[in-house]
Design a binder for this molecule. Structure first.
Ligand code: UDP
Length: 384
């Protein structure tokens, strides 16, 4: 079976990396045997195409996971509109798909890359597998444009690899047949375990981690902050920064904030938070560095989806700076709290955790157990 994996952004790359190594049965594969499968060697021919919807942040991930794409469409352009990006993805993917003629295209999640690559494959009659399928807010405007991207991809996909039971239910409600849904857990948890394993067994470190070890005080509680959602551009980010300024007055805190490269985020954050006591602004860090930072942190404040999924495995609470989440499982289990972007609400929730949080103890991560890519492979091997 010839498989083409396509992705374009940092989170997609992180979550597709373990699956890639599994499909290739490379030395970096986490699993070497599969349930119900005698010989998995050479069952797949695997090609990787990146649209590079994010350039720098994608390259950091490719480097760490040792993935060299067969096709790099290099589509990131300054001030690119979503329509411009979509059109370019469709055009370029036509060439790649016609040349490679894969049996299956695998896309991930909810980006413009996922939905447009799925559409391009559909136009050519090529099957599509959707990894991290079935997440929903049921509000087509939030998150924008992710909710529509994931719904478009679901309409097109032939096979849906879902992270949770809730995701299965969402798809069934939309008329997707049970036989086309495979619940696997989230491959992001595989990537996290892969990374923790590399850190522990190989004593992995890098210059970013070493530098942070020097700059972060050891006697303070670390609040780790990220943000990138379009729905928070403008007022949302302004409120978040005002709230962080207030929190930074505490003597027991240090705020570390790897700032997303999107100018709509970067400009506001640097304008309001540069050179403030107890606040460190840094460029986005590589994935292993971010995992290390999560481990060191006391609390995470973020609008990220992936971080909500990773944090439970590290026992870290997340305050979600959004009004809605397509990841209700972590909220229901008490790992994350939706706090929106009201300044006072953010301050109140941070203070509350800083003063009262006593740890989660041992609990199961609702998003997966690190076996998602193995389950996807087992399904595909049984089809091959
Ligand atoms: N991440 C990273 N470096 C950073 C911030 C985050 O590698 O400076 C990782 C994080 O561990 C998670 C992913 O990027 O795996 C989340 O990406 P993002 O928040 O951009 O997207 P989302 O998950 O919301 O789609």
């Amino acid at each position: 079976m010839k498989i083409l994996i396509v992705f374009g952004t940092r989170p997609e790359a992180i979550k597709m990396a373990p699956l890639y190594h599994e499909l290739c049965q490379s030395e970096l594969s986490l699993f070497q045997s599969y349930q119900g499968v005698e010989d998995s060697k050479n069952k797949f021919e695997v090609k990787v195409c990146v649209t590079a919807q994010h350039r720098k942040m994608l390259d950091q991930v490719l480097d760490f996971f040792e993935i060299v794409p067969d096709y790099d469409l290099n589509l990131m352009q300054p001030n690119q509109t979503l329509n411009g990006l979509s059109a370019n993805i469709l055009l370029k993917m036509d060439e790649v798909l016609i040349q490679e003629k894969p049996d299956l295209v695998l896309v991930h999640g909810d980006t413009t890359t996922s939905s447009m690559v799925a559409l391009a494959a559909f136009h050519l009659g090529i099957k599509v597998g959707h990894v991290e399928a079935g997440l929903r807010t049921f509000n087509k405007h939030a998150p924008f444009p992710e909710e529509i991207n994931r719904q478009i991809t679901s309409r097109i996909a032939d096979i849906h690899f879902t992270p949770t039971e809730q995701a299965n239910r969402n798809l069934l409600k939309e008329g997707i047949l049970q036989k086309n849904i495979v619940e696997t857990g989230n491959t992001g948890i595989d990537a996290l375990f892969w990374t923790l394993n590399k850190m522990e067994t190989k004593n992995y470190t890098n210059p970013e981690i070493e530098q942070l070890k020097n700059s972060l005080p050891t006697n303070k509680k670390i609040v780790l902050v990220t943000g990138h959602r379009r729905e928070n551009f403008g007022e949302g980010f302004q409120n978040l920064c005002q709230a962080l300024l207030k929190i930074s007055e505490r003597e027991d805190v240090v705020i570390i904030y790897p700032v997303h490269l999107n100018p709509n985020v970067k400009e506001i954050v640097y304008e309001l938070l540069s050179n403030k006591v107890n606040i460190q602004l840094i460029p986005p860090v590589s994935y292993p560095t971010f995992v290390w930072l999560m481990q060191q942190s006391y609390l995470i404040v973020s609008d990220s989806g992936g971080i909500q999924e990773e944090a439970p495995s590290l026992g870290k609470p997340v305050l979600v700076t959004r009004n809605v989440s397509e990841r209700p499982e972590g909220v229901a289990a008490g790992f994350s709290t939706i706090v929106g972007t009201d300044k006072n609400e953010i301050i109140k929730n941070i203070q509350d955790i800083m003063d009262n949080f006593e740890g989660f103890g041992l609990q199961k991560n609702p998003y997966g157990d690190g076996n998602a890519s193995r389950k996807i492979i087992e399904y595909l091997l049984n089809q091959a």
